[in-house]
Design a protein around this ligand. Structure first.
Ligand code: ZN
Ligand code: ZN
Ligand code: FE
Length: 753
């Protein structure tokens, strides 16, 4: 029988996911010889055997790859035989060009859980148990290839027992880089807020007791510290809000298991699957009306953000705990999540009563990911732990590009060949700590993927910190991209679209090409250019950012622009001093013009009995949405005016119609229903005109306003009924957390052409 030798290159997420042991065991079972090696070019295998054996081998690599791996490419070529006698795993070698992917941090697997709760196992209750199929990855990697000396496990020398597992190709922990046990691995300790070590037998059991007693405990996790407190204890939840500087923005919860989750929320089968998946994101779930959760966890909100335990430490903590815990990123207000122990003590000393810390360093912070199951798909609202740094695969080739995102909810994107690596959630860059994290993430991502960008893309807004950073970089070309154009192309990119589309981009704010604030845009275009086909009429925003926090200001502005000085006497105006606002508009003092759809939501909510001032982003709009009842209502009147080759959606007719309905004492729910219906009708009408004019039938939906589930679903249903092909976000957020992907694609297209 003829013997051949083939060199096989496997690309994708193939490091740190048990790939080499899998290959080794497969080679043994098929009885071929050769070797497997981790290189920075991916996994390289040389396999020697009969043609039939080698074919069988390659077929099985694809068929039975380990659960956490993701093969993107597998190529093979015949080479000279070497008459090797056995199959071995070669030591890692560093190499220049890098194409490997790094696995995200993954929830503890069932095999490890079984050991964790087996009193006879040597890792019984050991909070850092892991194997090649689970555990920390991205957050502990400092460099590639993924080997222990390049991770934060480098400080821990394995004991003989662990080393034996690590060296044994048949073991589940063969080459599991974070492998550890109570004898040789990281340890937990409990401190009080004065930095006094607590003399307790088991720090986790002691922590559980503190939580039961209503204490706030800072707990070091996978991607950073959490602040934990009993979520049924209203008094303590309110105290945490006060200490943390967080007014009413909902807190996320962690509960022991699905059974407990069902006591608080309505959960579908799909949602159950996502809750339990190795990614374990926070999922927004409909709150049960009679559940025992403290009202202050998510005031006035119909949804609760829930996740299940994902580290062994969480599992041990919850072993004997039915109570749901708030598990919120440990920070003050919008600062980045704490990761270092000294930093945590300093930054959280006035918030936490106790600190459950450990000595495995976190190299790169990563908040919990957040998403929602909507219209048949899981949609990321915040893309972080559990998914980052898995790339979004795009249909594009060209130079490597760094895109630095926007200002709020910043995430950056490194586009290398057909892979867009979007960073974890970085935060709001106006915060200095977030800005430092932004710079560090850029450096870290370029290092671990060994990518040197040839171009930096930034937002058109000259004042964004990300823009300023980009412009400060020496010896590299930079390109500015309009905010909503980036939204449009982000949605195109993740759906692998290449031809121009109609983009319905409904957003808060973004800098327009005319220097005004855009945000309610229907654009037509692709990666190389766009046309502003239609937009909401631009009205003044008295006070700028102050109006965003006080929707009543926007309401007054829109009423004034509609009725001039004879503003109708609506109930919400009763206790307001509106003259200064009108003066601001008249004299054009700090009253930028905006076409924002988010601001229109604010104005409608404030006028019709909703929130006058907000305590977290979009609160007024969210509450308006929650009052929606049915789409089978009459829309408000609207008019689309054709002005200088652009369609302008006039605000006055909508406001007039709305005011009539308020004066007729229509309920808040009815008004909400009619307003949503109005928007959907407007989108349909303009989309039809765009299709008639251009022949384009593909529509993308993007922008922060599409986090509104009602608007999102009814827009899709209505457009699909009119035979449009509608594309939406699922891999990257529809909010500004997704725009760096669009920026990168535009930048590459403009430089390649
Ligand atoms: Zn495991
Ligand atoms: Zn050990
Ligand atoms: Fe935006």
């Amino acid at each position: 029988m003829k013997i051949v030798r083939k060199k096989i290159n496997v690309q994708g997420i193939v490091q740190g996911v048990g790939f080499r042991p899998f290959i080794y065991n497969l080679a043994l079972s098929i009885k071929i010889t050769g070797f497997v090696a981790n290189t920075s070019e991916g996994v390289i295998i040389e396999a020697e055997g009969t043609i039939k054996q080698i074919d069988n081998f390659i077929k099985n690599i694809k068929l039975n790859a380990p659960p956490l791996s993701l093969i993107t490419d597998i190529s093979s070529s015949e080479i000279n035989t070497k008459h090797s006698r056995e199959f071995i795993i070669k030591k890692s070698q560093s190499n220049k060009s890098v194409a490997t992917l790094i696995s995200p941090d993954i929830a503890v697997c069932q095999d490890c859980l079984n050991e964790l709760f087996d009193p006879n196992d040597r890792r019984y209750h050991y909070p850092f148990i892991n194997c090649t199929n689970c555990g920390p990855r991205y957050t502990i990697i400092d460099n590639i290839p993924y080997d222990r000396p390049y991770t934060s496990m480098k400080d821990f020398k394995m004991c003989p027992d662990c080393q034996k597992e690590y060296d044994d190709p048949s073991n589940r922990r063969f080459h599991a880089q974070p492998n550890a046990c109570p004898k040789c691995g990281p340890q937990v300790q409990l401190f009080d807020s004065n930095h006094n070590l607590q003399d307790v037998e088991d720090p986790i059991v002691a922590t559980r007791k503190k939580l039961r007693d209503g204490k706030i405990v800072a707990i070091k996790g996978l991607g950073g510290y959490h602040l934990a407190v009993d979520a049924t204890n209203n008094e303590m939840v309110q105290k945490l809000r006060k200490l943390k500087g967080r007014d009413e923005k909902p807190f996320a919860l962690m509960v022991r298991d699905l059974k407990i989750a069902h006591q608080y929320c309505l959960i579908s089968n799909e949602e159950e699957q996502f809750l339990q998946s190795p990614r374990t994101p926070i999922i927004l779930l409909k709150k049960l009306s009679n559940c025992r959760i403290a009202e202050s966890v998510a005031p006035g909100n119909d949804y609760l953000g829930i996740m299940l335990p994902y580290t062994p430490l969480h599992h041990v903590l919850f072993e004997d705990l039915d109570t749901p815990l708030i598990m919120t990123s440990a920070n003050y207000s919008e600062e980045p999540i704490c990761i270092e122990n000294d930093e945590a003590f300093k930054r959280l000393e006035n918030i936490a009563d106790y600190f459950l810390i450990h000595n495995r360093d976190i190299y790169l912070r990563s908040d919990d990911s957040v998403g929602i199951f909507l219209h048949n798909k899981f949609r990321y609202i915040r893309r972080s732990r559990g998914i980052v740094p898995q790339p979004v695969f795009v249909k594009s080739t060209g130079p490597a590009v760094l895109a630095v995102g926007g200002e709020l909810k910043n995430a950056i994107c490194l586009l290398n060949e057909g892979k867009a690596f979007i960073s974890q959630h970085i935060g709001d860059l106006e915060n200095i700590e977030a800005y430092n994290f932004f710079k560090m993430t850029i450096e870290h991502l370029q290092r671990i993927f060994d990518v040197k960008s040839e171009l930096i893309v930034h937002d058109l807004h000259p004042q964004y910190f990300s823009t300023q950073w980009a412009k400060e970089q020496p010896n590299i070309q930079t390109i500015a991209v309009q905010h909503h154009h980036a939204h449009l192309t982000a949605c195109m990119a993740e759906n692998q679209l290449t031809e121009p589309v109609i983009g319905i981009i409904m957003d808060g704010t973004g800098y327009g090409t005319d220097g005004t604030i855009w945000g309610g845009e229907i654009l037509i275009g692709g990666y190389s250019n766009f046309d502003r086909f239609a937009h909401f009429e631009q009205l003044p925003l008295p006070g700028g950012d102050a109006a965003i926090k006080s929707p009543w200001r926007t309401a007054i502005s829109y009423l004034y622009k509609t009725f001039d000085s004879s503003i109708p006497n609506l109930p919400f105006i009763d206790n307001l001093d509106i003259d200064p606002i009108i003066e601001m508009i008249d004299k054009n003092i700090n009253s930028p013009l905006t076409s924002s759809c988010g601001r229109l939501f604010d104005a409608v909510a404030a006028m019709s009995g909703g929130r006058q001032t907000i305590r977290y982003e979009a609160q007024a709009a969210i509450e308006l949405m929650q009052s929606f009842e049915s789409i089978d209502v009459r829309p408000f009147s609207f008019e689309i005016e054709y002005k200088m080759e652009k369609r302008v959606i006039l605000i006055q007719p909508i406001i007039r119609s709305l005011v009539r309905s308020i004066q007729n004492n229509e309920s808040f729910s009815k008004i909400s229903s009619r307003f949503h219906k109005t928007l959907v009708q407007i989108f349909l009408e303009i989309a039809n005109e765009a299709r008639n004019e251009t022949g384009i039938n593909q529509i993308v939906l993007s922008g922060g306003v599409f986090q509104n589930m009602v608007l999102f679903e009814h827009t899709i249903l209505t457009l699909e009924k009119a035979n449009f092909r509608v594309y939406t976000h699922s891999q990257v957020p529809t909010n500004d957390g997704g725009i760096s992907l669009g920026q990168a694609m535009i930048g590459r297209t403009l430089t390649s052409s």
